[in-house]
Design a binder for this molecule. Structure first.
Ligand code: URA
Length: 203
């Protein structure tokens, strides 16, 4: 079996060599995902943008910088607490939303990554991730902030950081969702987890 890190490294060449759909033709490279291989909390975005396509890493453009700040507010960093994945591993042309068929084709990779990581908590960033993993008819504005227990994991949709950059007034709701994620993390993973903007209450 090996450690999770070893299992992910065995999977990596298969994902990087994928030619299952046409998205690979327009992309510079496949973006596998990255983070702490023993993470108990996984974030799933939509798909690589231009910076991610250029660097081969998830969430490294403007939305990624916001995601890192959101993690910092939760008392987390991407290599110490979480693993970051995308629904599709190749950048869609002109950053269009991936088609449901493309998400379905790429699903084999995402499912294997989730099988290996086996996180109890998953945050779904935006409609594409939430529709792909939870419910194709889901409306993110209604579903955000609510937990679903499915396949032995707790799943929560929230706004995608790119949507927060376009609509900063949604950040308040996103932060209330992330506080619930910190609550769940304290409940299931580490009761002593500290967060600079959401300290543990002592009475
Ligand atoms: N948006 C995403 O959904 N994923 C990335 O990796 C970057 C931007």
């Amino acid at each position: 079996m090996g450690t999770k890190a070893e299992q992910l490294e065995l999977l990596r060449p298969e994902v990087l060599g994928c030619r299952r759909c046409a998205l690979r033709d327009g992309a510079t490279q496949v973006v596998f995902g990255e983070g702490f291989c023993e993470a108990r909390l996984v974030f799933i975005g939509e798909g690589p943008g231009s910076e991610e396509d250029r660097l081969g890493r998830p969430f490294v453009g403007p939305a990624g910088q916001l995601l890192d700040r959101m993690l910092a507010a939760m008392g987390m960093t991407r290599f110490e607490h979480v693993y970051i994945l995308n629904v599709v591993k190749c950048r869609p042309p002109h950053n269009r939303v991936p088609e449901p068929e493309e998400a379905e084709t790429c699903r084999i990779h995402l499912d294997r990554q989730l099988d290996i990581l086996d996180p109890p908590i998953v945050v779904l960033l935006g409609s594409t991730a939430a529709r792909t993993l939870l419910d194709p008819a889901l409306r993110i504005s209604r579903a955000r902030g609510e937990w679903t227990l499915k396949d032995g994991r707790w799943w929560m949709p929230t706004y995608h950081p790119a949507a927060l950059l376009r609509n900063p007034t949604w950040k308040k709701d996103a932060w209330s969702d992330l506080k619930r994620v910190v609550d769940k993390y304290r409940e299931l993973v580490n009761p002593a987890h500290e967060s600079p903007y959401y300290p543990i209450e002592t009475s």
